[in-house]
Design a protein. Structure first.
Length: 372
């Protein structure tokens, strides 16, 4: 249970090279060459999977304009109702037991201003019964620690517990991070990512799109946008940085050749960068704790969700045809809304870590010494 809060986010950035260092150059140098080749392939795949679903009529270089026949999505009511989990039959007992232990007080100071279908980061006691029951059912089903929710004093120390693929009524979550403080008997939604199903295959995060308009109507103007251009540039910058370091430390002829091969590929990749779309938005971020140096703490981010992950949390009614794939399969289409906790949540976590350390120190100091 002694873990850091996970910054759960579904930004559309795929990592090409690990930041783990250069301990074994024999294999790593080959990876640089492979990475450059992989960028070219994956960038094209990313553009197809991220941009094509919302550009059904040669709209790749411009935002989709609102049209009268396009349904206007409602951000607060676009997740379809998944099939109810049979484990929720004893929901009243679970909710009653949980609230009896963890909800003797309500910490409203930990809540963020943004919500997903009424659910906010902050005190878990402020969530509806279906969310609490769904978390307990998922923990039990995935063989994670769940007894703490309904049994007093079940935990000896606090920390963060991450739950995947939670379905609660008409709400679906890819991830939920729960901060547990057994010392004060409080549990918090530290962060979570919820599913927003598209209302039409043309929905996108591009400017003036109906979905973008709905987001801004609910949450206001975003603080920043991450584009197709930004994504490719970040990958190229990372590749250049890693390859430069590898060149300085290359030992064998093969290693040196691999770095030169990457150098030769970079102009081609930069050419792709010049042709990439600066208006195709991959993610939007709202900063509700302005000036917070601990970002992504205090932010909300919306990005397109992968179709296979969507299906793991109930699926979406709206689908799009993937023309780039063999057989043109219908893929679920939706977005992930990631809400990060406030600075108050971070301070609570630091307090729990300090309590854990103090308890461990006390345990060590009170342990018996061997006789000698």
């Amino acid at each position: 249970m002694r873990q850091k809060i996970l910054s759960v986010s579904i930004t559309s950035v795929f990592l090409i090279i690990s930041n783990s260092g250069y301990a074994q150059f024999g294999n790593l140098m080959n990876q640089f060459k492979d990475a450059a080749e992989k960028i070219q392939k994956e960038v094209q795949q990313q553009i197809q999977s991220t941009i094509e679903p919302v550009n059904t009529s040669n709209q790749q270089s411009q935002a989709v304009a609102p049209a009268a026949n396009i349904p206007q999505p409602s951000v607060s009511n676009v997740v379809r109702s998944p099939v109810k989990n049979s484990d929720q039959s004893d929901s009243s007992d679970i909710s009653k037991a949980f609230r009896g232990i963890w909800c003797k007080t309500i910490d409203t100071s930990s809540s963020g201003p943004f919500d997903f279908k009424g659910v906010k980061p902050g005190d878990l006691c402020q969530s509806s019964d279906d969310v609490i029951v769904a978390i307990a059912a998922k923990l039990k089903k995935s063989n994670q620690t769940f007894e703490w929710m309904t049994k007093p004093k079940a935990l000896n120390e606090g920390g963060v517990l991450v739950v995947d693929n939670v379905i609660a009524g008409d709400k679906a979550f890819f991830k939920i991070a729960i901060l547990i403080d057994p010392y004060l008997e409080k549990a918090y939604l530290a962060s979570f990512t919820g599913l927003i199903c598209a209302a039409d295959p043309s929905n996108s995060l591009n400017s003036e799109n109906p979905f973008r308009n709905a987001l801004e109507s609910k949450y206001g103007k975003p603080a920043s946008a991450y584009t197709e251009y930004d994504s490719l540039k970040a990958q190229i910058d990372e590749l250049e940085q890693q390859n430069s370091a590898a060149r300085r430390q290359a030992i064998t002829v093969r290693e040196a050749k691999n770095t030169r091969d990457v150098d030769n590929m970079l102009p081609m990749l930069k050419g792709m960068l010049g042709a990439s779309d600066k208006n195709a938005i991959l993610s939007l971020t709202w900063d509700y704790e302005k000036g917070n140096p601990e970002r992504p703490v205090g932010t909300a981010t919306v990005t397109q969700a992968r179709w296979n992950l969507i299906r793991e949390v109930g699926g979406c009614k709206v689908q799009y045809i993937d023309k780039a794939s063999s057989g043109s399969p219908s893929l679920d289409y939706g977005f992930g809304l990631s809400l990060m906790g406030t600075k108050r949540i971070v301070s609570l976590e630091n307090s729990i870590i300090a309590k854990n350390q103090a308890k461990e120190k006390e345990k060590i100091q009170s342990a018996p010494a061997p006789k000698f």
